[in-house]
Design a protein around this ligand. Sequence first.
Ligand code: SF4
Length: 179
Amino acid sequence: MDPRGLDRLDQRVAGCRACPRLVDWREEVARTKRAAFADWTYWGRPVPGFGPADARLLIVGLAPAAHGGNRTGRMFTGDRSGDVLYQALYDVGLASQPGSTHAGDGLELYGVRVTSPVHCAPPANKPTPEERDTCRPWLVRELHLLRPTVRAALVLGAFGWQAALPAFAEAGWTVPRPR
Ligand code: SF4
């Protein structure tokens, strides 16, 4: 595994502007903010995967939350689902701390990488099929880079599965039938 390859991928993801509707939405949310986070400078960009390059477990969500990952710039950070996920990873020894509040909070993951098939926060948490397909190459590339070490993937939710299975197949993984 080339950790620099994954770093480069993460940097490229963070600069992506391929989906006009999602670019408008993530930047609009970053400008208008939620009152509780009025003093934050929102990230307002695509949120790359988070976790070590030699991860053995991959966790695949849906997309960043408007006031979670889109605010903090880190997957599942600063929202309720992240509170649940990182507490659970901490409980089984896969995270350095139970909380996840901002990108500089010191959280480290041990052997786990968290990512999503859509890297920008979508309106109403619903990317369109076209947006899902446009973002897929990023996940396919990430799967290629992680392939030497990843042994299991945990996908969260029906949309996550719908988006992840074609990416797994494109990356050359064996996808069971029926899915
Ligand atoms: S959803 Fe994916 S493809 Fe679309 S702009 Fe964001 S990072 Fe780029």
